[in-house]
Structures are given as C-alpha cells and as structure tokens.
Design a protein around this ligand. Sequence first.
Ligand SMILES: Nc1ncnc2c1ncn2[C@@H]1O[C@H](COP(=O)(O)OP(=O)(O)OP(=O)(O)O)[C@@H](O)[C@H]1O
Ligand SMILES: [Mg+2]
Length: 308
Amino acid sequence: MDADAIRGRTLVEESREAVVVLDDADLVVLASRRARQAIDGIREGEPFPPALLTGERGMSPLVVPYEVNGRRERLVFLSREGDLAAYEELRSGFTAAVSHELRTPLARLLTLLETATLPGEDVAELVEQATGEVAQITELIDEILFLSELESGARVVALGAAPVRPVLEEALDELRERASRAGVELVLDCEPDIELRVRPRMLRVVARNLAENAIRYAGPGATFTLSAGRAPDGSVELVARDDGIGVDEAELSRLFERFYRADRARASRGTGLGLAIVKHVVTQAEGTVEASGARGHGLEIRCAFPAA
Ligand SMILES: Nc1ncnc2c1ncn2[C@@H]1O[C@H](COP(=O)(O)OP(=O)(O)OP(=O)(O)O)[C@@H](O)[C@H]1O
Ligand SMILES: [Mg+2]
C-alpha cells in the first residue's frame, strides 16, 4: 500500500463517525471502528445492509460517490436520525445562553455610560462601576474560550504524573486576600507525595473555581477545605468542602450544567460556567465528579481520579 492508501484507510478506520466505503456491488470495502461497533451487520468484505441506505433503520445516510482506478465507490456517512439535530440544538442553545449572559452586563454598561453624560453625576464612581462590568464581560469570554478549548480536545492529561500540592497551594494563596475580605477561611490538606496525571494549568483552574465559589457563596465565617488524598487502590480524590450556606438538595445534580446558578446566587456576579469547567477537566482526565450537601450545611464537591 502506498502512503496515500494507508492514510486513507487510517482516516476512515479511526473516524469518530460511523462511515463505510462501498464498492460498486455494495460490498463493504472498509468501515470505521465506530460503524462496526455501533451498527449491526457491518463487516468488511460482506454486503452492506440495504435498509441502511434507504433510511429504514432510523439511520440517515449521507452518500458521497467517487471513482478510483475507473471503479465507482461510495463513501457513506451514517448517523442516527436526531443525532445531528440534538447536537445542533445543544449548540444553538449554548449560543443563545452566551448571548443572553453577555447582554446583561452590556446593558448595565450602556446605562452607566448614558448616566455619565447627565449633568451632576459622579462620573468617577460611574466609571468604576463600568470597569467592573467590563471585567465581568472579559471573565465570561475567558471562560467560554477555555471551555471550547477543552471541548476541542485541549490536553488535560499530563504526559507524566505531576505533584498536586504545589498547584493547589498556589491557587489558594492567590485567593487568600479575597477570601479574608469575604470572611472565608481557606485550608489546604494535601500530602506532599500525591500526584495526578493532569496538567498543572488545568488543575489550577479546577482548584481556583472551587475555592472562588466558596468565597462567593459560602458566607462569612465559613471554612473552605481543599483536600487531596490517595485511596488504597491508588486512585486520588480531590475534595472541596465548605460549611457555608450550601444549596438545596434538589439543585445538587444541576450545578455542573453550563450557566446553571442556584437561585440565591442570581444577585451576585458569576456566569455559571465554573463547575461545568471543573467537570470537563475531571472527566477528560477519566475521573468523576459529585456534589453533596444540603442548604445550610455547606457544599462538598468530590473529584475522583483513577489510579495513574
Ligand atoms: N460553595 C458553594 N456554596 C453554595 N453555593 C454554591 C457553591 N458553589 C457553587 N454554588 C452554586 O452553584 C452555582 C454554579 O456554580 P458555578 O461555579 O458553576 O457558577 P458561578 O460561580 O455562578 O459562575 P462562574 O464560576 O462561571 O463565575 C453557583 O451560581 C451557586 O449558586
Ligand atoms: Mg463559580
């Protein structure tokens, strides 16, 4: 096989879509692993099930004919009806939510600017408020960019295992001043020898988001503890716990949704992306996240990473 043929074969085989190559007699020449696993009756060298081409099995085929060495072949992309629609819906929902979230601070900014043109207004104060709105818009855009970086497969997993403690320590130290203004104590509880195969930049984002939430929502007098420990089976648990106001139990499972904010948080700044980002990083590192707690009894976010 020449280089092009090898590339072509690899491309089809490793495709994330269900894709097959048919010859002019509708025999399967090549099928992606996804197609072989997800759809019954697809085997290389055997006839392609005709029902798949007519859309009878709930599949919508996209057929691309071409010629190779004078023979006609077809490339067939198969997706379940609704798959694409569901994806498109998710995307457009996301775009709508982003636009909505941007509109609020932009509207406030506009009002502030208009007010500043009126005689007798305290312009310095208005400018300070406007600066705050711009900071919020910037933060939102940064979060969205980071999230899409993650979704497009940015490397979360590190090549080797990296020590956890220095990263957590630095993340908390950066937030200490804000925490003390909010009356929240930050505590780190991590053995020096704990390691994770997560890039430090990603781990820092996780730690920062969890601590920021406690500073913002737990309430004065609360203590936030970030701990990391290794279980006997070698898996590592990162646990963020505070003893603040918490959320209603019914809300726990929704916290990781994009733009979800518990009702009482609405008055404060924030976009509802922090925990979605945490979940993304942890799941891409093959870990799991879980929230527990109850209103008035603090919040606990538990991230479990498999043994390296
Ligand atoms: N430690 C906590 N105590 C009480 N409520 C919390 C805590 N952490 C998160 N929440 C609730 O969960 C919601 C979602 O948190 P998340 O971090 O995803 O978004 P956010 O903090 O509102 O915005 P962002 O993190 O994008 O700036 C928050 O709005 C808040 O209602
Ligand atoms: Mg947050």
